[in-house]
Ligand binder design. Structure first.
Ligand SMILES: *[C@@H]1O[C@H](CO)[C@@H](O)[C@H](O)[C@H]1NC(C)=O
Ligand SMILES: *[C@@H]1O[C@H](CO)[C@@H](O)[C@H](O)[C@H]1NC(C)=O
Ligand SMILES: *[C@@H]1O[C@H](CO)[C@@H](O)[C@H](O)[C@H]1NC(C)=O
Length: 193
């Protein structure tokens, strides 16, 4: 009986379901867009370079620890596994904090690795100057902070970065082990319209 079902009935049901689809999109809330607004635009590759400032020290921190690493067997993990920080970091043109502000990196990162320091980063770059003012890029990826160059995906964007995809390469410019303050060079390569 099971054999009959597999050999005859199942293929028949599958074939019929193509001819008479069981589920149909509800046209009231799901419609394909006939006029693709990007159709006549060409996709281009842009490269941006700027510096990202993680500031824990002083009276105006832009990075705050929001979850401390848990204690397991009376010790915390040597990598800080489980720690989470929220950030609203400046993105500047030059490594100096007081150089031209281009935007901010808003989001959070957490220690997601037990073997070596390795962050899961989830942040939006919000640009505040020039043509890209108000447009955003979303970055989500793995950041093993002590590697020379770390690559993370750009998974999307808004405004002039609609349909964006690409990657960033992050390399530490300065890091103060006492305060945790860091300045990181970001090179962003992004395909967008
Ligand atoms: C905690 O201790 C137990 C028992 O000694 C051990 O099996 C476990 O691996 C330890 N966990 C960590 C995270 O060190
Ligand atoms: C953890 O450390 C405290 C203080 O040293 C001790 O009283 C406690 O028994 C320890 N717990 C474990 C699970 O080792
Ligand atoms: C960026 O956009 C905001 C909001 O529209 C506006 O207030 C601000 O003046 C703009 N900044 C620049 C530098 O164009």
């Amino acid at each position: 009986m099971a054999k009959l079902f597999l050999c005859l009935i199942l293929p028949l049901v599958m074939a019929l379901s193509h001819i008479f689809p069981v589920t149909e999109a509800d046209p009231r809330f799901l419609q394909s867009v006939k006029l693709n607004p990007m159709k006549h635009k060409t996709e281009k590759l842009s490269h941006f370079k700027f510096y990202w400032h993680d500031i824990y020290s002083g009276p105006n921190p832009t990075a705050v620890g929001i979850v401390q690493p848990p204690t397991i067997n009376n010790t915390t993990s040597p990598t800080g596994f489980g720690q989470i920080s929220m950030i609203d970091d400046m993105l500047t043109e030059k490594p100096e904090r007081n150089s031209k502000l281009l935007g901010r990196a808003q989001g959070f990162y957490g220690q997601a690795s037990q073997q070596e320091p390795g962050l899961l980063m989830a942040m939006n770059f919000v640009f505040t100057t020039g043509k890209y003012n108000g447009s955003t890029l979303t970055i989500m990826g793995r950041n093993p902070v002590f590697h020379k160059v770390r690559e993370m995906p750009v998974i999307g964007g808004s405004g002039l970065f609609r349909f964006a995809r690409g990657y960033v390469q992050a390399s530490t410019h300065t890091f103060d082990i006492k305060t945790g303050d860091a300045c990181v060079e970001y090179n962003v390569y992004v395909m967008h319209y």
